[in-house]
Design a protein around this ligand. Structure first.
Ligand code: NAD
Ligand code: MG
Length: 363
């Protein structure tokens, strides 16, 4: 089993990775749970598919299932799950175990972060996206009518167990969407990893066990390093948003209805960041081409034209981009690439330049 440590002082924790990591981690899980009461919060689809492996390791714990889908990150599910955890006697010394993708992890993490002012949290992520991204780093929360992830807390887990065998049941489209975030780590800061993905990306998407574990470990190491440097996103953690300012605007345009998955929006967004950087003379054309090819090689879209027909407009996208949390004093902040494996946080990006670029992307 592979192991990655997230160095956060007294909040440090380990990520255990590999096929069969769950059954192999029984001792570590028991130690992380300690003597308090534990309960599982599980995506109902994942519970139906994988309950046997989970109960074989954890025994018969109280279980709260939540509906699959983004709508679960809501006030009503937050209240329902919190009440169920209290009814199950999860105390201040208790543990919430999140089993599912980012939706379940974000909701269950928020419940754990606020239950009795904060109890122990263990993440058992089951999508590629959650295994390389959302289960690590401590961001938790729900959506509001005003937008995504607007209510939440930073609450680090005490253990993350990534059983890559659970991905065998994940739909291919979800697999590719998670792969976009894997590519992101290569593009934002790891050129050798980009070369490795050019050679082995197909194996990762086919879920070849060794390639999959390698890609997930490398991704988790990258996220762990950045989170350890900047836990609450005062600076460098923003690099993890490569492709996300464009991507979030695209997702918002489709109303988060599932026509465009987060990873698909990020895939187009990263390609756009490279083309924008190229147009501004920040990134070499050959580098931009290589980045776009790596994204496309994962079976992911790289242009707005490949997305479902929708009246996307430059003004609509720009307005959505201004909802970004990185907007400062009325100016946009973009994560811009200088090359494959090298990006930086660009502040004070002019809206007019971006609008002209968006119009060109839509033409
Ligand atoms: P998800 O949790 O909605 O899961 C996607 C789909 O896959 C669901 O239908 C689910 O039922 C199904 N599924 C999950 N595991 C499965 C398995 N092993 N086999 C078969 N089906 C399975 O989506 P996601 O992409 O994992 O997460 C998206 C969420 O993560 C968004 O809400 C996003 O805001 C959040 N997120 C959070 C962070 C963070 O740092 N906290 C980072 C990135 C994304
Ligand atoms: Mg993301």
């Amino acid at each position: 089993m592979r192991e990655v440590r997230v160095e956060l002082g007294e909040r440090a924790y380990d990520i255990l990775i590999g096929p069969g990591a769950l059954p192999a981690s029984e001792g570590r899980l028991r130690a992380a749970i300690g003597r308090g009461r534990a309960a599982i919060v599980a995506d109902e689809a994942v519970w139906a598919l994988h309950r046997d492996v989970v109960t074989a390791v954890l025994g018969d714990l109280p279980i709260v299932t939540v509906p699959s889908g983004e709508a679960t990150k809501s006030w009503s599910e937050y209240a329902r799950v919190s009440e169920a955890l209290l009814a199950a006697d999860v105390g201040r010394d208790g543990t919430v175990i999140a089993l599912g993708g980012g939706v379940t992890g974000d909701l269950a993490g928020f419940c754990a972060g606020t239950l009795r002012r904060g109890c122990n949290l263990i993440q058992l992520p089951t999508t590629l996206l959650s295994q390389v991204d959302s289960s690590v780093g401590g961001k938790t929360g729900i959506n509001s009518r005003q937008g995504k992830n607007l209510v939440g807390v930073f609450h680090q887990p005490s253990l993350v167990v990534i059983d890559t065998a659970l991905l065998d049941t994940l739909p291919d489209r979800e697999m590719r969407a998670g792969y976009a975030e894997v590519v992101k780590y290569a593009l934002l800061g790891d050129a050798p990893f980009a070369s490795w993905l050019e050679a082995h990306g197909g194996d990762v998407l086919r879920r070849a066990p060794a390639a999959l574990a390698e890609a997930i470990e490398t991704s988790c190491r990258a996220k762990a390093r950045i989170v350890a440097e900047d836990e609450r996103e005062g600076g460098r953690r923003a690099l993890l948003n490569l492709g996300h300012t464009f991507g979030h605007a695209i997702e918002a345009a489709y109303g988060y209805d599932g026509r465009v998955l987060h990873g698909e929006g990020v895939a187009v967004g990263m390609a756009m960041a490279y083309r924008y950087a190229e147009a501004q003379g920040i990134c070499d054309g050959a580098e931009a081409e290589r980045a776009v090819a790596l994204i496309a090689g994962g079976g992911l879209p790289t242009t707005l034209g490949e997305l479902p027909a929708e009246p996307l407009t430059a003004d609509g996208l720009l307005t959505a981009m201004y909802q970004d949390k990185k907007v400062e004093g009325g100016a946009l902040t973009l994560i811009l690439p200088r090359a494959v494996g090298d990006s930086y946080v660009a502040k004070s990006v002019a809206g007019d330049t971006v609008r002209a670029f968006l119009a060109q992307e839509l033409a």
